[in-house]
Design a protein around this ligand. Structure first.
Ligand code: NDP
Length: 256
């Protein structure tokens, strides 16, 4: 039952593709209003249209407003001016999904470029923190809200060739855990969804556009898909107010 989500407003970063896009569509289907953010405006517009169509098709009364705003979460100035760009009727955010994130390369320590290190931290960690800082103030003032961060199996188990990505996702887990404890005296919930392998553009980005190298990652197992994780996010958001799914660790059945 997702009826608690009707007329809620959800802000989702990294919603032009993959998990973020699937999550936007599922929230719209459940009767939420959705504000979607990413760098690629055209891809974002396609998700906006798909989310509006999903809401219409669902027949759910209420919600279904969708706004897309081009935003790079790693750009501090863009984040700082974000609230002014959100249409006035969608400015009161009930649920923040900090989903934007990526991994570059499989290089070992000593071979990783400074720019790859900086850009992974800038998006996965500093971008997520900046978005949270921006919205937590408003949530505290209204004494309501839910922050859902995308962690990863890489935030629980380090792997060879993943030092920087793993470090970013361990940072997300630590930040999320601290935030949850800081807000324990408020009704604001803080959750982390930790996916295992999900087949999205993520691996194509990791191998810098090499699709055949990306496909090899999923050989020998049936990976999760973006909708599987979107369902967990929407499920967490739709629980009764006294229930917080603090950490949701989701693996494909054949991934250990
Ligand atoms: P995708 O590569 O399919 O999508 C990533 C999304 O993030 C895109 O919409 C991209 O849009 C956006 N994005 C990237 N950088 C920025 C930025 N600086 N500012 C704003 N948006 C940005 O990846 P997934 O959907 O698979 O990943 C989503 C989240 O899930 C990430 O945090 C990832 O770490 C996590 N995750 C993924 C797993 C997987 O196996 N796929 C496993 C575990 C966790 P644009 O390029 O338009 O900006």
């Amino acid at each position: 039952n997702t009826s608690r989500l009707i007329n809620k407003t959800v802000l989702i970063t990294g919603a032009s593709a993959g998990i973020g896009a699937a999550t936007a569509i599922l929230f719209a289907k459940a009767g939420s209003n959705v504000v979607i953010l990413a760098r690629r405006a055209e891809a974002l517009k396609a998700v906006e249209d798909a989310a509006k169509a999903a809401h219409k098709e669902s027949g759910v009364q209420g919600g279904g407003k969708v706004a897309s705003i081009q935003l790079d979460v790693s750009d501090k100035a863009q984040v700082a001016s974000l609230l002014d760009k959100i249409p006035a009727d969608l400015r009161s955010i009930d649920i923040l999904v900090n989903n934007a994130g990526f991994v570059y390369g499989v290089e070992r320590v000593g071979q990783i470029s400074d720019s790859d290190i900086e850009s992974m931290f800038a998006t996965n960690v500093f971008g997520l923190i900046a978005m949270t800082q921006l919205l937590v103030k408003d949530m505290k003032a209204r004494n309501a809200g839910h922050i859902i961060n995308l962690g990863s199996v890489a935030g629980r188990e380090p792997y060879v060739g993943g030092s920087i990505y793993c470090a970013t996702k361990h940072a997300v887990r630590a930040f999320t855990g601290s935030l949850m404890r800081e807000l324990v005296d408020t009704p604001i919930r803080v959750s982390e969804i930790q996916p295992g392998m999900v087949e999205t553009e993520f691996s194509v980005v990791r191998f810098r556009g090499d699709k055949s190298a990306a496909d090899k990652v999923y050989e020998g197992l049936t990976p999760l898909n973006a909708e599987d994780i979107a369902e967990e996010i929407v499920w967490a958001a739709s629980r009764p107010p006294h229930v917080n799914l603090a950490e949701v660790f989701v693996l494909p059945t054949n991934q250990a």
